[in-house]
Ligand binder design. Structure first.
Ligand code: RFL
Ligand code: PHB
Length: 393
C-alpha cells in the first residue's frame, strides 16, 4: 500500500524540524525523512546565534523553554582591530539583542517536541529521488536497505547544501548565483570558560578570529585558515597560540577540544526556490558565509513563511502564499547575503599579502566604531531589526 502524508519533508535540520512542528500546530500532517541517525544530528556542532525574532518564534511555538533557561542573552558584540576592542551596543542602537544557543540544542528541542506529540520523524532514512513534482509528488527513500515510496501533497526540501531537493529542480528552471571565498573557518568547541561575556569578531593582521561560547564553561572559537587547510595541520598548541594572538587574549585558557572542523565559506542563492509542489528552505535554497550568523535564522524564517503558506492553502484553497514563497524568502536571503559578504570582506584577509585592503578594512572598522549611524547599520543587520524579517515580534 502506498504511504501518504500531506507534507513530505526531506531533512531533520532546523528547517525541516521546525517546519514539521509548525505544520503540526496548524493541524497539518507531515513526515520528516533524515539520512543520519538521531544521535548524529543532535551532536552536529554548527551555528550559535539566534536573532531575537528567531528566539521569539521558538518561544511562541512552545519550544523555547530550555533556550530561555540555558541560552545566553547578549545585548551586543565586540569588534576588535588595531589592538583595541569596541563594543557595538545592539540594545542601545536598535533595541534588540541576540540569543546565543547552539543549533544542536535547537535541533534536540525540536526533535523532542515532535516525538512527544506523535510526530513522524524517521532517522537513517535516505531520500533518493523526488518524482511528480509538477502534479502528484512522491518521495523515494531507502530505509533498512528497502526502497519505499511516500506520496504527498507537497515536498519540502530542507536537506541542506548537498541535498536531493536542490538537485530535483529541473535544469533551466532556476538560476544559481554563487561566490566562493578564498578563506575557510577552523572551528573548535572547547571545554574552557569564555574569555569574554559577548562575542568578539577580531580583525588581526594574520587573519580573522571569532570568540563565541555555548555556556559558562564551553567556548566556541574560530580562526580564518586557508581553504585548503585540513585540521591535521592545526595541532592544539598552534590553535591556542593563534587564538591568543588574534583575539589579543594572552591568558585565554586552554581546554579539551571536544569538536574540531574546517568549514568552507561560500554564498549561494537559487532563484526561484520552488518548482511545482517542491519548496526549498534553509541551506537547500541559499548558503551564506558564517560571518553574519544568518544561516540558521534564514532557515527558520523560510519555514515560518512556508508553514503559513501551506496552512493557507489547506484552509482556504488560496495559493497566494505558496505562489509568493520564493520571492518572499529571497528578498530576505539577499539582504542576509549582502550583510554576510560585507562582514566577511570587512574582517578577513592577510595584511602581508594585501596591505592596501587591510588599510581599507581598518578605515571602515574605525568608522563603525566612531559613527553611530554606521554602528546602527551593522546592528540593524546583525539583529535583523528594521529589515522586516520577524515583523513586529
Ligand atoms: P541542515 O542543518 O544542513 O539540515 C539538512 C538535513 O538534511 C539531511 N539530508 C538528508 N536527509 C534525507 N535524505 C537526503 N537525501 C538528505 N540530504 C541531506 C542532512 O543530514 C541534514 O540533517 O540545513 P537547514 O535545516 O537548512 O539549517 C541550516 C543551518 O544548519 C545552517 O544555515 C547554519 O548552521 C549556518 N551557520 C550559522 N547560522 C546561523 O544562523 N548563526 C550562526 O551563528 C551560524 N554559524 C553556521 C555557523 C554554519 C557553520 N557550518 C559548520 C557550516 C557556523 C558554522 C561553522
Ligand atoms: C557560533 O557561536 O558558532 C557563531 C557565532 C557567530 C557567528 C558564527 C558562529 O558569526
Amino acid at each position: 500500500m502506498l504511504e501518504r502524508t500531506q507534507v513530505g519533508i526531506v531533512g531533520a535540520g532546523p528547517a525541516g524540524l521546525m517546519l514539521s512542528h509548525l505544520l503540526h500546530l496548524a493541524g497539518i500532517e507531515s513526515v520528516v525523512l533524515e539520512r543520519r541517525s538521531r544521535k548524529y544530528v543532535e551532536s552536529r556542532v554548527r551555528a550559535g546565534v539566534l536573532e531575537d525574532g528567531a528566539a521569539e518564534m521558538l518561544r511562541s511555538s512552545g519550544v523555547g523553554e530550555r533556550m530561555d533557561r540555558e541560552g545566553l542573552v547578549h545585548g551586543g558584540i565586540y569588534l576588535q582591530f588595531g589592538g583595541e576592542r569596541h563594543r557595538i551596543d545592539f540594545m542601545d542602537l536598535v533595541g534588540r539583542g541576540i540569543m546565543v544557543y547552539g543549533q544542536q540544542e535547537v535541533v534536540k528541542d525540536l526533535i523532542e517536541a515532535r516525538l512527544a506529540t506523535g510526530g513522524d520523524v524517521r532517522f537513517e532514512t535516505e531520500v533518493r529521488r523526488l518524482d511528480g513534482l509538477g502534479g502528484e509528488p512522491s518521495i523515494s527513500y531507502l530505509h533498512d536497505g528497502v526502497e519505499r515510496l511516500l506520496a504527498c501533497d507537497f515536498v519540502a526540501g530542507c536537506d541542506g547544501a548537498h541535498g536531493v531537493g536542490r538537485m530535483s529542480l529541473p535544469a533551466g528552471s532556476h538560476a544559481a548565483y554563487e561566490r566562493v571565498y578564498p578563506h575557510a573557518w577552523l572551528g573548535i568547541l572547547a571545554r574552557t570558560p569564555p574569555a569574554s561575556e559577548e562575542l568578539i569578531y577580531a580583525r588581526h593582521e594574520r587573519g580573522f578570529a571569532l570568540h563565541s561560547m555555548r555556556s559558562p564553561d564551553m567556548s566556541r572559537l574560530y580562526l580564518q585558515v586557508d581553504g585548503a587547510d585540513d585540521p591535521g595541520s592545526w595541532p592544539p598548541n598552534r590553535i591556542w597560540d593563534e587564538l591568543r594572538l588574534r583575539l589579543n587574549e594572552p591568558t585565554l585558557q586552554e581546554g579539551e577540544i571536544v569538536e574540531i572542523g574546517v568549514t568552507e565559506m561560500r554564498s549561494l542563492v537559487l532563484e526561484p526556490i520552488q518548482y511545482g509542489k517542491l519548496f526549498l528552505a534553509g541551506d537547500a535554497a541559499h548558503i551564506v558565509p558564517p560571518t553574519g550568523a544568518k544561516g540558521m535564522n534564514l532557515a527558520l524564517a523560510d519555514v515560518r513563511a512556508l508553514a503559513a503558506a501551506v496552512a493557507k492553502w489547506y484552509m482556504s484553497g488560496s495559493s497566494d502564499g505558496l505562489d509568493g514563497y520564493s520571492e518572499n524568502c529571497l528578498q530576505r536571503a539577499w539582504r542576509a547575503q549582502h550583510f554576510s559578504a560585507f562582514m566577511t570582506s570587512l574582517l578577513h584577509g592577510d595584511a602581508a599579502k594585501d596591505p592596501f585592503e587591510h588599510k581599507l578594512q581598518l578605515a571602515n572598522l574605525t568608522y563603525i566604531a566612531r559613527s553611530r549611524a554606521a554602528a546602527t547599520a551593522l546592528a540593524e543587520n546583525y539583529t535583523s531589526a528594521a529589515t522586516g524579517v520577524w515583523g513586529s515580534s
